[in-house]
Structures are given as C-alpha cells and as structure tokens.
Design a protein around this ligand. Structure first.
Ligand code: DLL
Length: 432
C-alpha cells in the first residue's frame, strides 16, 4: 500500500482543482499577512482577485533567496510567532542565513511528505532506520526523523560524527534502512568494508539526497552495499527534504505537487518551458502557513515530465539534477558542471568516485586541476600502469568537459571525506 494513494494518483483535472483552490487561498494569505508580497503584487498591478486558478500562477511575482535574506529573520512569515513551533535555517557562504518557520500544521504536512518518500522506497513500520543527516538547524536530520516516526519505523537518530559507531550499531541493531548524503554513504560503505562487516549488515534501503549525485553513483552505492538507493530532494526554503523523490523505477523524482507546485523556467527570460526541457526549478508552496513562498527560484537545473509512470502515480517527475545555475563553472568560456566529472569517471575502470576540482587563474588564464582517487593497485605496481591511467582520465575529461584539465591521481582515502554535503569544487578565482 502506498502512503497517500488518494493524493498521489489523482487525475489531472482533480489535481488542477485542488491546486487552484489552494493557490487562491495562498495568494489571499500572503497578500494580507506579508507586506513584502502585498507591495510586490501592488507594484505589478495584481490583486488577489486576479488569481482564479492554477493557470494564473505566471501572473505572480518570483521570490529569490535574496528576498529571504533582505527580510531576515522573520520578515516573510505569514503567521504570528505564537503559531510558529519550529525554526530552521541554512547558512550560505556569504551574508545572513535564510530562516524558515513552521506552524504545527506545516510540521504535520512535512512529516506526511517525508513518510510518503519512505513508503515510496518500500520502507515501512518494520524497518529500523538510521538517520545520518546532520541534526540541528539543517532540515535533513529532523526532517527525516519525524517523517520516519510518522510512518511508524524505528528511528536511530545517529546524526553525523562517528562513522565506526554508526557501522557497529548498524550491525548490532539490525538496521535495515539509512538516510544520509550519497557521499557520506560511500564513506560508510568503505568503513563497512574496512571493518569486515559486509556480510553482517542487514541494510536494504538508502534515502540519499541534499546534494547532486548521478545515476552511476547510485549504482555504485547499490553494488557496494547490496541495497536499493533512492533519491530524495528538497530545500529548506520550501520545507526541507520531502519535496520530491524517486519510486522503485528510478525514472525521475515524483514531485508532491499537491503541496509544492513545480514550474520549470528559462533562467534568462524567466518564462516557463515545456516538458523535458532543461531549466530552473521554481516552487510555490500551496499549503504552507509559516513562510509560504510564491514562485521560489531554487536555482536547481532540471526538466519535468507529466508522462505516466509505471508505478501508477500520476505525480509529475523531475529528472535527476544537472546542477545549479550558480554551481556552473565557466572555465575558459566553457560551462562545466561537477556532475560531468562524476559521470566521466564512471567510464574509466580503476577510478573511484572521489574527486576534487580546483579552478585558478594564472596569467589571466583559467586553470583546472582535477584530483582523482584510484585503486590502490596503481600505486603498488609498475608506474607505467598509472601513467596510462592518467592519460586515459585526461582524455576522458577532455571529451566530456570540452577543456583540458591537469589530472592528479592519488591513493584511496587521500581526499577529505564529508559527512554532510560534499565539496567537490574549490574556485580560487573568487578569492582574489
Ligand atoms: O538539503 C534538504 C534536504 C535534506 C534534502 C536531506 C534531501 C535530504 P538545503 O540545505 O536548503 O536543504 O539545500 C537545498 O540542496 O536546492 C539542491 O541544490 C540540493 N539538493 C537537495 N537534494 C538534492 C538531490 C536540503 N536529491 C539544496 N539532488 C537544493 C540534487 C539536491 N541536489
């Protein structure tokens, strides 16, 4: 049984009706409770009465991360503080954190959406799940925690910190599911192997997200641990984890559009694009009370499809993320995404999925160095083998990125492991 069959399998007409009613209510709420939106709508000559259904959504203004920062900390809240029961925040690399507030009802909806994600991955109340996202202001830990409790699973609130202890408990408790970033799960897989516990773990499912990862990396995780790994997407501004996730067919992520209305826009013209066209993902939070957002620009690049899924859900699917419009590097005029490096490495046997890109500017020319971990054997045997591998990796990068990179091969576990979101890129050009 799926978690909320009534909402996940609605016909298009039923969903349009539900979304339209929710949008009309939302627009009235923000117009009357949030000065920022009232002023913005007035400056565009829009009144709440102009929004009669979901088809009118493009008349509404966009919201950006800067709008949240400019109204720090509580300026965009649509509920009085007496109704806010929780705060989360995400720290950016620059400026103030973005702060979000939840009413009791917001927390209930969030728990339901995360429970849907878990149910969609085949996790149920007989599962024991380790939540190894960070707990605290980051939405990952508590988001997964309450979603899993809501589903009735047994939660082990590990957070991040001590990987050996996590693996010990995984064995001792008979843990069957884990939620953490995909890069941390790769590190956990290495630790399981090092501790000699590969045949003693009962792990079956993983719920990975909070950072971009490729389908190849999913397969690597699945093979190294003998499990099924699912993709979970979300962002703190919209709610946290649980905005979208993939089903057993792994053909894109179903968006819980009864709560989070998705649009894909051209990031330059800001106009909506059609199905299967890459663009920037935008969300309107149809049911949020604490800090509802109109057309929030995520900066995440993906495409959407409304084609039916084999699983029977009618929810649209967004494809795996191509990156963020602000993660895209422009090196010597060429657009480069870190995910391209990850994908390229999958084609070269002997390389490991751990890499770091360093971009610099020397004599006004951009340079790119990519450090890649490779199998131990390339350091134990003849160095000619390593040279040949280096040549192959360099050639593969040239083909897939379209520019030459200086490649450095290093032994396994040389690069620092991350327990949260991994940092694959160091761009020294911004430091000067
Ligand atoms: O990362 C919420 C989350 C926690 C999602 C746990 C999944 C699991 P933020 O810290 O606000 O929230 O970061 C949101 O992370 O805009 C994407 O760029 C990226 N991101 C999140 N999930 C995925 C994913 C949490 N599955 C930002 N694939 C988003 C790719 C992801 N990128």
């Amino acid at each position: 049984m799926i978690w909320n069959e009534t909402k996940e399998c609605m016909s298009r007409d039923e969903m349009d009706t539900l979304q339209s009613a929710r949008l009309v209510k939302l627009v009235n709420r923000v117009y009357h409770n949030v000065e920022f939106y009232r002023k913005k709508m007035q400056s565009m000559g829009i009144e709440p009465g102009d929004i009669r259904g979901i088809e009118d959504i493009t008349k509404l203004p966009f919201t950006t991360k800067d709008d949240l920062r400019d109204n720090y900390p509580f300026g965009l809240f649509a509920s009085p503080m007496s109704e806010i029961v929780r705060i989360h925040a995400s720290s950016g690399t620059t400026g103030k954190a973005t702060v979000v507030g939840y009413t009791r009802r917001d927390i209930e909806v969030w728990q339901e959406c995360v429970a849907r994600v878990l149910a969609q991955a085949g996790i149920g109340k007989n599962d024991i799940i380790q939540v190894a996202y960070g707990y605290g202001l980051f939405t990952g830990g508590l988001g997964l925690h309450y979603g899993a409790e809501n589903l009735g699973a047994t939660v082990v609130p590990m957070s991040t910190g001590n990987t050996k202890k996590l693996v010990d408990m995984m064995v001792d408790f008979g843990v069957t599911a884990i939620a953490c970033t995909p890069s941390y799960l790769l590190h956990i897989a290495e630790t399981v192997e090092d501790m000699g516990f590969r045949n003693q773990i009962k792990l079956k499912k993983a719920i990975c997200g909070a950072e971009p990862w490729t389908d190849g990396m999913r397969k690597q995780i699945q093979e190294s641990l003998g499990i099924d790994a699912h993709d979970i997407y979300g962002l703190s501004e919209v709610v946290g984890p649980g905005v979208a996730s993939d089903c057993e067919y792994h053909c894109g992520l179903h968006v819980y559009e009864d709560h989070y209305y998705p649009e894909i826009i051209d990031a330059t013209t800001l106009t909506p694009v059609g199905d299967d066209v890459l663009g920037e993902l935008v969300f309107t939070t149809l049911t949020k009370e604490g800090i509802p957002l109109l057309r929030y620009r995520t900066k995440d690049l993906t495409s959407i499809s409304h084609k039916p899924c084999e699983c029977g859900r009618t929810l649209p699917r967004i494809s795996r993320f191509k990156g963020r419009s602000d993660d895209m590097l422009i090196i010597r005029g060429v657009n480069v995404f870190p995910s391209q490096v990850e994908t390229a490495l999958l084609d070269v046997p002997g390389t490991l999925p751990h890499y770091q890109m360093v971009v610099d500017r020397v004599n006004n020319l951009d340079t790119l160095e990519i450090t890649v971990e490779v199998d131990e054997r390339f350091f134990n045997e003849d160095s000619a083998l390593r040279d040949a591998l280096k040549k192959k990796v360099t050639h593969t990068f040239k083909n897939s990125l379209g520019i030459m990179a200086e490649v450095k091969l290093v032994e396994p576990k040389t690069l620092e492991r991350s327990m949260g979101k991994s940092k694959h890129v160091i761009d020294n050009r911004h430091l000067v």
